[in-house]
Design a protein around this ligand. Structure first.
Ligand code: UD1
Length: 424
């Protein structure tokens, strides 16, 4: 197991190239299974979650060829013969559950392990299952597995309203609906860029989807889809993370390349409220930190609102703001496992229900802290980068799931960060 050794206090200066999006890539990979020939996906990041999903697909007999140097994956489902996803893989990554909709569409039968909970509390899949039922799938539970079947002549279709709106359920329902016999309507569908991109890819494969980018998706099933080539979007959460990191030290000034400003929703406007100067130009964003950071309270919302995947990083920024701010998570009310660890670095954060109340500015001091999940981990790295002295951030395997070459990118802009063996 590895840890990061970080010596804080240095300003960040330079350029970062943002990687392809993990969360947008996974639905594209699942959709590739629906083609009757190979698909080629570009701008795919080299991350543990991508390797896990490659293995999930390989179990089914799908050929997966990840050309890592080129960040390109070729997925050929021609010999798919085993429509199952085992617990050993699904428990590593919840998005493996996308195989349910994909295998049902492709094969008419799917047996996929339930993903279980996660570090920030229960994460149900009831909407995925109820939605598939509403489209005419027969669902059975068997010893922790979901078995989905469809009638011989195809999924009849139907209408389902997601409550609450869910990215994962929208993905699974889109996959299943694309090859239905009838028409499927998803109401209150997620409008996240990851979902829009999946729709664009499915349409390129031959799917018929109306309402792309809106909260009502109407999918007229087709009997076959072809393989296609597609460029994956830049990672909006990685971009947002580095934008926040670039705001935390008064002398920092960084530039991000390969960013889609549109995919960031209203996040840049929130960041500007803290006094940060942003300049957006095509696929570049430059970030200049303010002398003094203003406290700004945020509430997470579905896209284009403030993303839950950036709230821990925002809390790290707010430890450096002059005054009190609040971070409220309406999507995942328990997502505050980073708080006790950030407080060990000297932050002053209290959690009340689904709100973290942060009192700044804290003079953080380096110490050892423990990563608990992907975004919590990166928020601790960011806090350690402005703390005085040396910090150890333990259990960084969480970071390897979702941030491509994190330490190389941060070193490239002047951070003092090393990956070393953690030992026991
Ligand atoms: C995805 C992202 C994750 C992000 C989240 C919210 C991926 C791989 N993961 O997760 O990084 O934090 O969107 O933007 O893309 N819900 C139910 N029942 C369900 C499904 C969801 O009640 O069957 C609830 C959840 O508990 C949560 C809300 O719906 O409160 C939204 O979750 P959802 O959009 O499904 O998140 P994921 O797709 O799992």
């Amino acid at each position: 197991m590895d840890k990061f050794k970080i010596t804080g206090g240095t300003p960040l200066k330079g350029t970062i190239h943002v990687s392809g999006s993990k969360n947008a890539a996974l639905p594209l990979m699942a959709a590739s299974i629906l083609g009757d020939g190979p698909s080629i996906l570009r701008n795919i990041p080299r991350l543990n979650d991508i390797y896990t999903f490659n293995n999930v697909m390989r179990v089914t007999g799908t050929r997966v060829d990840f050309k890592e140097q080129e960040n390109t994956i070729e997925i050929d489902p021609t010999n798919l013969s085993y429509p199952e996803s085992p617990y050993e893989l699904v428990r590593k990554m919840r998005a493996s559950f996308y195989m349910l909709g994909a295998l049902l569409a492709k094969n008419g039968y799917a047996k996929v392990s339930l993903p279980g909970g996660c570090a920030w509390g229960p994460r149900p899949v009831d909407l995925h299952i109820e939605g598939l039922k509403a489209f005419g799938a027969e669902i059975e539970m068997d010893k922790g597995y979901v078995i989905a079947k469809r009638p011989k002549d195809g999924l009849p279709g139907g209408e389902y309203r997601l409550n609450p709106s869910s990215v994962g359920a929208t993905v699974n329902l889109l996959l299943a609906a694309s090859m239905a016999k009838g028409t499927c309507i998803i109401k209150n569908a997620a409008k996240e860029p990851d979902v829009v991109q999946l729709c664009d890819f499915l349409v390129k494969m031959g799917a018929i989807i109306n309402g792309v980018g809106t909260s009502t998706l109407t999918i007229q099933g087709v009997p076959r889809l072809a393989g296609a080539e597609f460029d994956n979007a830049p990672d909006r959460i990685e971009a947002g993370t580095y934008m926040i990191a670039g705001a935390m030290h008064p002398e920092s000034e960084i530039e991000l390349l390969n960013v889609s400003a549109e995919d960031l929703g209203i996040f840049p406007q929130w960041l500007e409220k803290t006094g940060v100067q942003l300049q957006m130009n095509g696929n570049r964003i430059s970030v200049k930190a303010p002398e003094l950071i203003k406290p700004v309270s945020i509430i997470t919302e579905i896209y284009p609102g403030f993303p839950t995947d950036l709230q821990a990083q925002w809390a790290a920024l707010m430890t450096q703001a002059q005054g009190e701010s609040q971070v409220t998570d309406t999507i995942y009310p328990d997502r505050f496992s980073y708080v006790p660890e950030m407080n060990r670095l000297g932050a002053s954060i209290k959690v009340r229900n689904n709100t973290a109340v942060i009192n700044g500015k804290s003079n953080l001091e380096g110490t050892s802290v423990m990563s608990t999940d992907l975004r919590a981990s990166v928020s601790l790295v960011m806090a350690a980068m402005v703390a005085e002295g040396e910090s150890d951030v333990l259990r960084i395997y969480h970071l390897d799931r979702g941030y491509e070459k994190l330490e190389d990118k941060l070193k490239g802009i002047g951070a003092n960060i090393e990956r070393v063996e953690q030992g026991e």
